[in-house]
Design a protein around this ligand. Structure first.
Ligand code: ARG
Ligand code: GLU
Length: 719
């Protein structure tokens, strides 16, 4: 009995501890968390962080592009985000003559700032709980299909009412898997100009080698400016636009931080699945991640081999490689972390508890007792479909020319359609011509052929026969399983392997020429791969996903009912959130301890001119040898580069401000430690840390390295 009481006591404590740093909270409801935040060190009020009536920190946090966060740091719309978030904008202005990726870019006055067509920044105007309105007319007897139909109609009405007679954009987003709905109203700015970016040897220092890894020395920041019309309203790019006059900008702190200091991250986390059942975690750990990791590894090894052989290939494939490698590495860490923390067992324990609870009253039995068995059933059903889906994405579409040839499908369909006129066809042809130039600029056919041989052989061997594309089955038979021979044949015969042939073909395109596309061996294969996807994968996948989603909604509601005293944070869904924690090192494995910050000296230590990721700029070395850090040095006299903290973050939080107890900017979030990347499913404070670049290092680079100190004059810098 005594033992039992102690055990109960310990498990209650561990529940409390586990939840104190975990969570991405809705800023509107921060009053529920404010006591906990204050007990950890916060010195400002919930109202100062989020307020609808007064200007608050939330007004300085923006959604940058599709999937990053940025923060306003001057009254004239200057924003900071990560270098990797600004990467494609920086790349778009780069050429051999002006290689801003390699050399960096610094506007020395506003006239030199560069516009970026297509880049958007959204500023949240307000968010509001609209659950009652969205669920009007919905009851538990409806089919999922009918339920969704009613919800969609209700949402359309809300959005129309909200955006009528104003320039705002609105969306309604499900929270807790559709148990709640929030209206998100934003102002979307479309004239965003590039102000500054360090060279990649600073902004991407460590590259893919260090990606997701601590200790880290990446100066991962870039600077942009929001422009508005004369009335401070969003407007498309125009030379007459003026810098946006911000309602609020963040103060920047030079004070630094110590281990144990309170911090919070304010930003737009993308997706998490914290309430997933054990069945989903098992599927990820044992089926999904291993397949995806293995297929990506094959691709990466081949690309790497070609990049090492040839300088042009290295340039052509570095961004592609980084993209593939980013989630390859994340999945590896995630699987490892889920296993190491016993996430599946933890989830199973919770499920056992849930099932017992669900069986205790007739009403609960009716609502909840079937949820877990149904989860088990549906995950068993979806697993093989999901596996095939992953092969389709990672192997089928892992071959570049297959993805490219698919662009021609709409031209074929349009050409076959009697109602489509010649003007539409010629517009389509022109769009395709543009994509042709873009594609071949960064394409190496030998490399792609090797990937094709490797991935398609895997696809054929590992995917159930009924999901094998016809064209694959026919050719495997024809070439007696020799993928090399098959590859040689199609890669030499298809027009898609030759830029000139494709251009000539498009230049003289007539409606009837679609037959030539249909006869092309690469196109034929592409079509056949997609046919399996459309006819055999997507329908069952969607159907099963709808069932799983509805179970997840009921399970979530049940968990909340079972633990009424616990505050549940909703999974990330690209809406504004606050995460809080402390600056803190950790121990990733036996006998290894990670320190909580890195210094500039560490860059010099890592320098290796023979490794691309570890090149160090001469000027940076010189500044370091003079210890010329100005007011940006830490009180210990060193230049801090990056630090880790226990804030619960995910993809989308890149570029998010890391703020101290007073709401002042001390860093920019850009990554997580590899050992804790399972936090998208299971957060464990002993292993999960977010990685941020120290704001003082950013200011030092802007001022001392780039000589763009005039930008600092715009900012509010506090000691
Ligand atoms: N891991 C970070 C994120 O998920 C940074 C990625 C960009 N950097 C890179 N070396 N690929 O986005
Ligand atoms: N680098 C990620 C991003 O672009 C953040 C890292 C993470 O997943 O936490 O959002």
């Amino acid at each position: 009995m005594y033992k039992y009481i102690i055990y109960l006591f310990i498990s209650l404590i561990s529940v409390n501890i586990a939840y104190s740093d975990e969570g991405m909270w809705i800023p509107l409801l921060l009053s529920d968390r404010i006591e906990d935040m204050k007990s950890m060190g916060l010195k400002i009020s919930a109202e100062e962080i989020y307020s609808i009536n007064n200007s608050s920190i939330k007004d300085a946090i923006v959604l940058f592009g599709g999937g990053c966060t940025a923060e306003i740091v001057s009254p004239s719309g200057l924003i900071l985000t990560n270098h990797h978030c600004g990467y494609s904008a920086i790349q778009s202005h780069s050429s051999i003559e002006t290689d801003y990726l390699a050399n960096g870019f610094w506007a020395m006055n506003k006239n030199e700032e560069l516009p970026n067509p297509g880049l958007k920044v959204s500023i949240l105007v307000k968010m509001e709980d609209v659950t009652d309105y969205v669920l009007k007319g919905v009851n538990s007897d409806l089919t999922e299909y009918k339920r969704n139909e009613i919800i969609e109609k209700n949402i359309a009405v809300i959005i129309k009412e909200t955006t009528d007679k104003n320039h705002y954009e609105a969306r309604v987003v499900p929270f807790y898997y559709g148990n709640q709905y929030y209206l998100i109203v934003s102002e979307v700015f479309t004239d965003i100009r590039l102000v500054g970016a360090p060279p990649s040897s600073i902004g991407k220092f460590g590259g893919d080698t260090d990606n997701w890894v601590w200790p880290r020395h990446t100066g991962d920041f870039s600077i942009f400016r929001i422009y508005a019309d004369k009335n401070n309203k969003p407007a498309p790019y125009s030379p007459d636009n003026v810098p946006y006059q911000a309602r609020k900008h963040l103060k920047i702190s030079l004070k630094g931080y110590d281990e144990g200091d309170f911090t919070f991250v304010f930003g737009y986390p993308g997706t998490t699945n914290e309430y997933a059942p054990s069945y989903q975690i098992s599927m990820i750990v044992f089926d999904e991640n291993p397949v995806n990791i293995a297929l990506r590894e094959k691709r990466l090894n081949i690309i790497d081999k070609y990049m090492n052989k040839n300088q042009l290939t290295r340039i052509q494939y570095s961004a592609k490689y980084a993209n593939i490698a980013n989630y390859w590495k994340k999945m590896t860490g995630e699987s490892k972390g889920l296993k190491a923390t016993g996430a599946i067992e933890e989830k199973m324990n919770l499920e056992k508890q849930f099932q017992q609870w669900a069986n205790t009253s007739p009403e609960r039995i009716k609502k909840y007792s079937g949820v877990l068995p149904a989860f088990e059933y549906y995950y068993k059903q979806i697993n093989p479909v999901n596996n095939t889906f992953n092969y389709f994405i990672e192997a089928g579409l892992g071959v570049e020319v297959i993805r490219f040839a698919w662009n021609f499908n709409s031209l074929v369909e349009m050409s076959k359609n009697k109602n489509v006129n010649d003007v539409d066809i010629s517009n389509k042809v022109n769009t395709l011509k543009k994509s042709v130039t873009v594609f071949y600029k960064n394409y190496n056919a030998d490399l792609d052929k090797e990937i094709f041989i490797s991935l398609y052989e895997d696809y054929y061997k590992n995917v159930e026969k009924c999901y094998i594309p016809d064209e694959m089955a026919i050719n495997v038979k024809k070439y007696r399983g020799d993928f090399n021979k098959w590859a040689n044949k199609i890669f030499s015969e298809s027009m898609f392997l030759c830029e000139k042939r494709v251009i000539d073909f498009l230049d003289s395109y007539k409606k009837n020429d679609y037959k030539k596309i249909e006869k092309d061996p690469v196109y034929k294969l592409t079509k056949s791969v997609y046919d399996v996807y459309f006819n055999k994968i997507i329908v069952p996948y969607k159907k099963l996903s709808i069932s799983i989603d509805s179970l997840q909604r009921i399970y979530m509601a049940g968990l909340m009912e079972m633990m009424p005293q616990k505050q549940f944070y909703p999974d990330a869904n690209s809406t504004l959130r606050v995460a809080y924690g402390k600056v803190q090192g950790f121990s990733p494995a036996d006998a290894i301890t990670y320190h909580w910050h890195t210094v500039l000296e560490g860059i010099i230590e890592k320098e290796d001119s023979t490794i691309y990721d570890y090149r160090v700029d001469d000027k940076l070395k010189e500044l370091n040898s003079r210890k010329d850090y100005g007011p940006c040095s830490d009180k210990d006299g060193t230049m801090h580069v990056a630090f880790i903290a226990s804030n619960h973050t995910t993809g989308g939080n890149s570029g998010s401000p890391v703020l101290n107890a007073y709401g002042e900017l001390i860093g920019i979030n850009f990554d997580r430690c590899w050992e804790g990347t399972m936090s998208d499913y299971y957060y464990d404070i002993s292993k999960c840390r977010n990685i941020s670049v120290d704001i003082r290092y950013c200011l030092f680079i802007i001022d001392k390295y780039a000589g763009a100190g005039y930008l600092l004059d715009e900012m509010t810098i506090v000691k």
